[in-house]
Every structure is written in structure tokens, then in C-alpha cells.
Design a protein around this ligand. Structure first.
Ligand code: HEC
Ligand code: HEC
Length: 366
């Protein structure tokens, strides 16, 4: 690929050389013309091209004809050689251009992430997750309640769950109920549309390899739950009864991936700053308790499908559900639809089908 790229730039050099030769020839032609034009006044009567005798038939039909035909043959040969060479290098030239373009966007995005917008201060270097200070006020009186550390989820899997459109929306408007500010012009933030695109290009470039992410989740689950065959947790004195409950709350007490894989951060009020109220009782995401999920999804598989592949924004789900675009996909990578062109692979997913079935069973029990 790289050799072809060199070939493509060699072509460019040849192009420049040809251009310079043509330019020189042009200058010479003008010089010659000017010199010819200096002949004495009146000489054009004899020297005018239409008054000079031309070659006779003998010469025209032999030497002149042969020379012209010969030149034509040479030109044809050049075309026959140059065109295939050009087409040979063209596809790699184009993909390399796209790659270069992408690399420039990624480095601009990184600069925004680290310096200009300082996303790294909250979300950690390379998007490993972090936290931000936040003041909780009483919703009734507006009085000061608490100063908390609000988890800022890891972003090194963010393109596993959201499409670029969903991330653009989050970045444009922020999450007003939390420390996450609005960054885009539509939400009154400082970044332009181009800068938001660059940040997303950067985020895409730092996504974890699939095995690494899946192993991290499994290691964490082994630490906090260690499920048996019936998906009950076997850790004596542990916080969770079932595998589903442990997944719902992944990272709650030890900050694993700052809650990126968890459901509680959106479905349990207070979860993100370690003061979880009713489990699944609703926060930015709806209340899942009181049998609501059995009413919304009379069949469990439909709920698994919803959690796995979040429906397109503006489409319906379940009995009366309507997708707003705010949740994400946890079992199907929304950015790996075409394995040939996708930057991300199809197995880059947040949770396995078994893990999703476990967490859905937990939600249906709330
Ligand atoms: C002051 C701290 C802070 C800064 C700076 C910040 N964020 Fe956030 N961000 C948060 C917090 C906290 C959340 C979680 C909000 C919640 O609980 O819903 C969040 C959520 C997000 C989410 C949604 C993740 C998810 O899975 O739900 C994305 C994407 C995101 N931030 C990207 C960025 C980017 C990109 C920047 C820089 C342009 C940035 N953030 C700057 C604190 C911050
Ligand atoms: C970033 C926030 C967020 C996270 C994280 C999140 N959800 Fe949601 N969830 C929502 C929102 C918002 C809705 C409401 C539907 C919508 O807006 O499209 C929702 C809806 C749901 C529903 C349908 C509820 C109903 O009755 O209509 C289920 C089930 C659900 N989520 C399960 C989960 C599970 C399981 C996880 C973790 C694997 C999870 N959610 C993680 C925000 C989130």
C-alpha cells in the first residue's frame, strides 16, 4: 500500500517535470517568434508563410507523412503506457488521501479533547473514565444539599453504544442535570460543528479492542459477583444477589470504567455519585420498577432486543415506547454494519447476549 502511495507521489513529480518542460517550450516558442518578428519592414511580403513555396508532393507524401504517422504512433504508445499506470495507483492514492484526512481530523480532535475543551479532566486521559465535582441542590427549595463526585463515563467504548449522530447530540447539548456541559453551538457551547466532528473522529480512534473490553467486563464481574450456573452471585457478603444486578450496577462502588457499562447511571437516581436511591427507580432514563417492563415488553426477548440494539431515534418499541436517541446499544455495535468498510468490528459490543439476558431478567424482577 505504501509503495503504491510512493508511486502515486512519483507520478505527481513526473507531472511537475512535464509542466516545467511545457512552460520552457512555451517561453522558447515566444522568444523565437519575437526574433522572427524583428525582420525589416516590408520583408513580410516575401517571408509571409502563405507566400513561401511549400514542400513538393514527393516530399509531402514520403518524409512528411512518415514523420507525422511516426509521431502519432509514439503518442499512442505513451497513452497506452501512462493510462494503466495511472489507474493502477489511483485507488490507493484515494484511500491514502482519505486516511490522511482522517488522521488530521483525529489529531485536531485530540487537541480539543486534551487542551481546548479539556474533556480529559473529567473523562480521563485516552477516555478511560473519571469524575467531576458537582453541587447537588434541593429540587424543591434550591438549597445546597451536597458536594459530590459525579462519574464521567469512560469514552473508550462510547462508539460501541452510540452512533456518531447520538454522540453529536450529547456533545451539542450536554447533560444539563449533571456536570457534562453543552459543547456545540446548538446548545450554546463553544465548539463548531467541525470541531465536534473532529472530537468524534478522535473518540473513534481510541476505542478499545473488543477482547480487551470484554475481558475487562468479565474480570470485573468475577470480582463483584462470580456467578454460578443459575446466575446467582456466589461472593459471600457481596453487594449483589444476581449477575443481572451486578451488570446493572457495574462500577458503582469501585468506579470500574466510571459506570460506562452500567444501566444504573441513567436508571437509578443518585447512582453516579455513590448515593443510589431506589434501584431502577428512574433518573434520566425511565423508572423500570413496579412491573413496568413486563407491561412495556410482554415478551422478554423483545426487551433483550431493545437493550441489545437500541432502536433508531424516532421509532417505536415495546407496547408504548418511543425512542428518543438518548440510550445506546449494549449488544450490537451500531457503527459496524458493514464489516468491510467499518472502522470498528462487529464484535466490539458492551455486553454479550448472556449478560444482556441476565440484566433484562433483573429489570423484569424490579
Ligand atoms: C466538567 C466535567 C466534564 C467535561 C469537561 C466533559 N464531560 Fe462529558 N460527561 C461528564 C459527565 C459527568 C458525564 C455523565 C453525565 C451523566 O451522568 O449522564 C458526561 C457524559 C459524556 C458523554 C455521554 C457518555 C455516555 O455513555 O452516556 C459523552 C459522549 C461525553 N461526556 C463526551 C465529552 C467530551 C467529548 C467532552 C469534551 C468536549 C466532555 N465530555 C467534557 C463530564 C464532563
Ligand atoms: C445514557 C443513559 C442510559 C443508559 C446508560 C441506559 N439507559 Fe436504558 N433508557 C434510557 C432512556 C433515556 C430510556 C427511554 C427511552 C428513550 O429515551 O429512547 C431508556 C429506556 C430503557 C428501557 C425501556 C423502558 C421503558 O419502559 O420504556 C429499558 C428496558 C432500558 N432502558 C434498559 C437499560 C439497560 C438494561 C441498560 C444497561 C445495560 C440501560 N438501559 C442503560 C437511558 C439509558
Amino acid at each position: 500500500m505504501h509503495d503504491l502511495y510512493l508511486l502515486a507521489s512519483a507520478q505527481k513529480t513526473v507531472g511537475y517535470v512535464v509542466a516545467v518542460i511545457l512552460l520552457l517550450a512555451f517561453v522558447v516558442a515566444i522568444a523565437v517568434n519575437v526574433r522572427k518578428g524583428r525582420a525589416e519592414v516590408g520583408s513580410e511580403v516575401e517571408l509571409a508563410p502563405n507566400r513561401k513555396p511549400y514542400m513538393d508532393d514527393e516530399e509531402l507524401e514520403t518524409k512528411k507523412l512518415d514523420r507525422t504517422l511516426g509521431l502519432g504512433l509514439v503518442a499512442l504508445g505513451v497513452i497506452a503506457l501512462a493510462l494503466p499506470l495511472y489507474w493502477l495507483a489511483e485507488p490507493s492514492r484515494q484511500t491514502d488521501m482519505v486516511k490522511d484526512f482522517q488522521n488530521v481530523a483525529v489529531s485536531r480532535g485530540e487537541n480539543i479533547y486534551v487542551n481546548a475543551a479539556q474533556c480529559a479532566n473529567c473523562h480521563g486521559p485516552n477516555g478511560v473514565g473519571g469524575a467531576a465535582s458537582y453541587t447537588i441542590l434541593d429540587p424543591k427549595t434550591g438549597a445546597y444539599v451536597d458536594q459530590v463526585q459525579w462519574k464521567a463515563p469512560a469514552l473508550n467504548t462510547v462508539m460501541y453504544r452510540y452512533t456518531p449522530e447520538q454522540v453529536t447530540y450529547i456533545l451539542n447539548y450536554g447533560r444539563g442535570y449533571s456536570p457534562m456541559p453543552a459543547w456545540g453551538a446548538p446548545g450554546g457551547g463553544p465548539l463548531t460543528e467541525q470541531q465536534i466532528d473532529d472530537v468524534i473522529a478522535y473518540l473513534t480512534s481510541i476505542q478499545l479492542p473488543a477482547e480487551e473490553s470484554q475481558k475487562a467486563v468479565q474480570d470485573e464481574l468475577d470480582k463483584v459477583c462470580k456467578a454460578d450456573a443459575a446466575n446467582n452471585c456466589t461472593i459471600a457478603g457481596g453487594s449483589y444477589k444476581t449477575l443481572g444486578e451486578a451488570i446493572f450496577n457495574l462500577g458503582y462502588s469501585d468506579g470500574f470504567a466510571a459506570g460506562a457499562y452500567a444501566c444504573g447511571r441513567c436508571h437509578t437516581s443518585g447512582w453516579s455519585y455513590g448515593k443510589a436511591k431506589v434501584a431502577g427507580g428512574g433518573a434520566m432514563g425511565p423508572n423500570l420498577t413496579g412491573g413496568s417492563e413486563i407491561r412495556q415488553f410482554p415478551v422478554a426477548e423483545k426487551q433483550e432486543q431493545f437493550v441489545s440494539a437500541y432502536p433508531k431515534m424516532g421509532t417505536s418499541y415495546g407496547t408504548n415506547g418511543w425512542s428518543s436517541g438518548r440510550m445506546g446499544s449494549f449488544g450490537t455495535n451500531p457503527n459496524a454494519v458493514d464489516p468491510k468498510t467499518a472502522i470498528m468490528s462487529q464484535d466490539q459490543v458492551m455486553l454479550t447476549p448472556d449478560q444482556i439476558a441476565a440484566v433484562v431478567a433483573y429489570e423484569r424482577s424490579l
